[in-house]
Design a protein around this ligand. Sequence first.
Ligand code: ZN
Length: 149
Amino acid sequence: MTEIAQRVAGFEGQLRDAGLRMTQQRRLILRVLAEADDHPDAKGIFTRAFAHDPTLSLSTVYRTMKLLETQGAIERHAFEDGVSRYEHADQEHHDHLIDIDSGEVIEFSSDAIEELQRRIAAELGYELVRHRLELYGRKKRPGVRGKKS
Ligand SMILES: [Zn+2]
């Protein structure tokens, strides 16, 4: 089984566990989600799925996303633009850098940051359970680093 097929099967299992019937449209949404390697919002997922099934409605997408989020299969991010973006939850922990000009979401992970956060939590008397870290940045353009005299 490919990674995507495995992920679709996982999503299906999670919806079935929630007592839901597996419809063609739900399966299509699951496939689009499983194939996404970015951080699409519901409209983005709708647009991708709609290309395969023009009878699909945005509210079906919203409902399915909500269910998968409740089941812990996908993770929702609310970055500063206020739009909910999703990614599947079955991946290595990572943090995000958001390009404030293009809206592009870049993934990164840093052992140093992880360690620092654990240490800060410990110093405050806590065991770190999870964290979310978002960096907002603007791409440095070469050659505009201030005036040279
Ligand atoms: Zn991510």
